[in-house]
Ligand binder design. Structure first.
Ligand SMILES: Nc1nc2c(ncn2[C@@H]2O[C@H](COP(=O)(O)OP(=O)(O)OP(=O)(O)O)[C@@H](O)[C@H]2O)c(=O)[nH]1
Ligand SMILES: [Mg+2]
Length: 320
């Protein structure tokens, strides 16, 4: 029997996390029939169907290769599950984009209990498009956000990341290891946007982590963002600093206008998808980026990114 997208979507909306693996399979199926079912699924978890924004805290965890993102997520997942929170992690796999694999030689997996429905870990492909996450990653985030308390997207990136995790996050945590000066330099030079939370890993290795923490805090102060939290953590058992990190993530989320942030993200995503598919010329046919943004701002705020993308296409056709 064909998978019924609408049923999976309704189950997610009722916070049935056991429906999530099948939902993700459907979203990754790019055949026409799969796309049709995925659209039905996403319709059931759109802000319109949910009666508002999905309740999940969407967290982006990003940082250079080997910084310790996955190890940190193992520790975070443990802590969250211990507090009875459900967690989904999408790890965006960049290996398809790299020539060698040596960089990823000592890559850690995210530890978890596979029998626990309250936790889901998935790898997803980075895709080939520059600027922005692959649409399946964004759709997966939207689906998971209906059912899980926390949805984390792990991406590899330094500075101007090729996979823009901000598209799908309420809170972005940048993870760096001690002694990696790149992030400090990118921050100082303004190449990298100031993250919501900065995390220095491998604090168990001693003074270098504390030095890195101090240098980063100094740079943030000089940039006029002295209140941005900079935390030092160790993810090896027994973890240290992870509770403080959870508090910092929650504090950021509690200050946020979630509706405004997500609304903006949906519009940006629709525009990025439209431009990726139809080119800058099609954008010009809409009157340019500004005009397209203004048009999107007039649309129903509960439409999801793909529905907004559909509106742009309609408009492009009618103005052609
Ligand atoms: N000593 C120490 N080692 C750590 C810590 N966290 C991670 N590591 C080690 O650092 C290496 C890379 O860790 P990962 O968690 O895979 O790092 P990552 O950022 O997810 O790496 P990619 O996904 O490949 O970009 C592994 O060998 C880990 O065991 C830590 O807190 N302390
Ligand atoms: Mg990793």
């Amino acid at each position: 029997m064909a998978v019924d997208g609408a049923t999976l979507g309704r189950r997610l909306r009722e916070r049935d996390t056991a429906a999530a693996p099948a939902a993700l399979n459907l979203i990754e199926d790019r055949s026409p029939a799969g796309r049709e079912q995925a659209a039905a699924l996403l319709g059931e978890v759109s802000p319109g169907a949910l009666g508002g924004e999905a309740p999940a805290h969407l967290i982006g965890v990003t940082g250079p290769p080997g910084a310790g993102k996955s190890s940190l997520l193992s520790a975070l997942v443990d802590l969250w599950r211990g507090r009875d929170r459900t967690v989904a992690v999408l790890a965006v796999d960049p290996s398809s984009k790299r020539s060698g694999g040596s960089l990823l030689g000592d890559r850690a997996r995210i530890d978890h209990d596979p029998a626990d429905d309250g936790i889901l870990i998935r790898s997803t492909a980075a895709g080939t498009r520059l600027g922005g996450l692959a649409p399946p990653t964004r759709e997966a985030t939207q689906a998971l956000a209906a059912a899980f308390d926390l949805v984390v997207v792990e991406t590899v990136g330094v500075g101007q990341s090729e996979t823009d995790v901000e598209d799908v996050s309420d809170t972005v945590a940048v993870v760096v290891q001690p002694g990696s000066g790149d992030t400090l330099q990118f921050l100082k030079a303004g190449i990298m946007e100031v993250p919501d939370v900065l995390v220095v890993t491998k604090a168990d290795q001693g003074g270098t982590a504390l030095r890195a923490r101090r240098d980063l805090a100094g740079a943030l102060g000089a940039l006029g963002c002295p209140e941005t939290p900079v935390l030092a953590v160790s993810s090896l058992p027994p973890p240290t600093g992870v509770e403080e990190l959870v508090e910092a993530l929650e504090a950021h989320r509690s200050r946020l206008d979630v509706r405004a942030v997500r609304l903006r993200a949906r519009r940006m995503a629709a525009l990025a998808d439209f431009t990726a598919e139809h080119g800058e010329r099609a954008l010009r046919a809409l009157g340019g980026r500004r005009a397209a943004e203004a048009y999107l701002a007039d649309q129903d705020p509960t439409l999801d990114a793909s529905a907004l993308g559909g509106r742009l296409e309609q408009r492009a056709r009618s103005s052609a």
